[in-house]
Ligand binder design. Structure first.
Ligand code: NAD
Length: 518
């Protein structure tokens, strides 16, 4: 099968009128489905349950985007049976056929690109370019992992055979049934990446999406089915995290857990998965991608116009709800005031509002719980530093928080240490570059980071000493591209996996050596 080379998906150009019109039409189209009911999907069968979840529009919480059936333990058990059964044939399905399901899904996503993005605008509160980038990343994961699987089928080339004596083979084989537990902040991209990597490697899956973005998750199921995925390969069981998620993690037949979400839940999952239960024949593998407290370091000779622009984009894009979002700025004392002033002025220009309007840069945060948590941190921030802009919010119609800068924070302040996951960034002042890197590394996390400097020695120091999984020089700390910037962090940011990287699929497989003597 001849396959063209992988290349990332271009973002939609919203300076073009026709693209804006298409997006507006897509918003109108998805609005027609408001309030629709969605089932679970187990072994290809659609199951409606009495237990339901209303997925709300975070910009207008009176609007119910969709009503989704919720799985209980009974349905999770059914899903496990279905996945175990499907594994027997799917593991033996030619990897090229499995990869083809991904390539076809990518094609369907391309066709439905505006619709999928518009749905994320109303269900996840994503502004147009953010939603478009989410869909583009989902397509990239499908195209990239499909190709990675094809490469791994030639694993034989990596081992030697001794002439006239023995022939060696080396193969990657799948693990078994995986619990795939996903977050709401990249409700299509991460969902697609985590699901497709598991299944293209030959595993079958119980898929539990986050509570607030279950409608877009259902759309992935539609797409995979249309692309030819056999029944039972992915079993869609949305439900409550601590209930159904926990059940999936602790099930003795679960072979691996693929999780993306918060540090607290990641730790719980890791602990639960480590316990060996009755009837369990393996140690579960846990792939966890967790939170961040990402820093941008600004050196004394940095281009401050550029640095302030990129700080504002990194901190407030998608209302700061990216694991890679900048939530700390560590600035040299000589330029601290000027940088803070520039960042504050640029933040003032941002439009906060309903992301259905193209001009809104900062949309809502995801739900009441997030609104309350971020509001709590705004109060803490008022005590720990000086607010130069923002500091308020309103949950009257939607969950809106003003983009907020908290200046003059101590590196150990709570707002400098704890993941807030909203449009809030804290600034701190340092005496020199060495101190900047020490402060940058002074959290439990190690996900992304950026450095603005013209000093080559300082950049080299950061290259060696800034302990993050994704490090950027003289650009923002968000926006990693599949296959170009493999993504994932150190320390409490996860289990050191790299989504969209060349070794990611091997996390869902095990190697088998076969030697024949003759
Ligand atoms: P979350 O931890 O609250 O939930 C993630 C998923 O876990 C959801 O599906 C939830 O239902 C489920 N869950 C909750 N409790 C559970 C339990 N006890 N057992 C099993 N499953 C359970 O996270 P979130 O709010 O959905 O996402 C935001 C978080 O994700 C942030 O911390 C962010 O930094 C992180 N994140 C990390 C990455 C990365 O690549 N490192 C990417 C995106 C998001």
């Amino acid at each position: 099968m001849a396959i063209y080379e992988y290349r990332y998906t271009e973002f939609t150009d919203f300076t073009k009128k026709e693209n804006c019109e298409k997006y507006q039409e897509a918003l109108d189209q998805v609005s027609k489905d408001i309030g629709k009911k969605y089932p679970l999907i187990i072994n290809g069968e659609k199951i409606f349950t009495d237990s339901l979840n209303n997925s709300l529009n975070p910009a207008n919480h009176k609007e119910v985007v969709g009503i989704i059936s919720q799985a209980s333990e009974k349905e999770a058990e059914l899903a496990m049976g279905s996945a175990l059964n499907a594994f027997e044939s799917w593991k033996k399905t030619d990897p090229r056929v499995r990869a083809d399901v991904l390539f076809k899904s990518a094609k369907i996503m391309r066709k439905r690109r505006f619709e999928l993005s518009a749905l994320m605008t109303i269900e996840a509160g994503k502004p147009w370019p953010e939603a478009d980038a989410d869909t583009a990343e989902a397509i990239d994961f499908l195209e990239y992992y499909g190709r990675q699987m094809l490469k791994l089928t030639n694993a034989d080339e990596q081992v030697l055979s001794r002439d006239r004596f023995e022939r060696n083979e080396f193969q990657y084989i799948p693990l078994g049934v995986g619990a795939v537990i996903t977050p709401w902040n990249f409700p299509l991209a991460i969902l697609t990446g985590m699901t497709s990597s598991a299944i293209v490697s030959g595993n079958t899956v119980l898929l539990k999406p986050a509570e607030t973005t279950q409608v877009i998750a259902y759309k992935l199921m539609e797409i995979l089915e249309e692309a030819g995925m056999p029944a039972g390969v992915v079993n869609f069981i949305p439900g409550d995290g601590p209930a159904i998620g926990q059940y999936m993690v602790s099930h003795p037949k679960t072979r691996f857990v693929s999780f993306t979400g918060s540090k607290a839940v990641g730790i719980t999952i890791n602990e639960e998965a480590a316990k060996v239960r009755k009837g369990q024949k393996w140690l579960k593998r846990v792939v966890a991608e967790m939170g961040g407290k990402d820093a941008i370091v600004v050196d004394k000779d940095a281009d401050l116009e550029l640095a302030s622009t990129e700080i504002v984009k990194s901190a407030f894009g998608f209302a700061g709800q990216k694991c890679s979002a900048c939530s700390r700025v560590i600035a040299h004392k000589d330029i601290y005031d000027e940088l803070l002033d520039l960042a504050t002025k640029k933040t003032k220009q941002l439009e906060v509002g309903n992301p259905e309007n193209q001009s809104a840069f900062v949309g809502p945060v995801t739900n009441q719980k997030a609104f309350d948590k971020i509001s709590m941190y705004l109060e803490i921030g008022k005590k720990e530093g000086n607010i130069t802009i923002g500091g308020t919010g309103s949950d009257k119609y939607g969950y809106f928080i003003e983009p907020t800068i908290i200046a003059d924070c101590d590196p150990d302040a709570r707002v400098m240490q704890e993941e807030i996951f909203g449009p809030v960034v804290s600034f701190t002042k340092v005496k020199d570059f060495d101190e900047a890197i020490t402060v940058a590394n002074n959290t439990d996390y190690g996900l992304t980071g950026a450095v603005f400097s013209q000093n080559r020695d300082h950049l080299e120091k950061a290259r060696n000493d800034f302990f993050v999984g994704n490090l950027y020089f003289n650009r923002k700390c968000t926006g990693a591209i599949v296959g170009y910037q493999p993504f994932g962090g150190f320390n409490m940011s996860g289990t050191d996996s790299k989504a969209g990287g060349p070794d990611y699929l091997t996390l869902f497989m095990q190697g088998k050596s076969i030697t024949e003597q003759y």
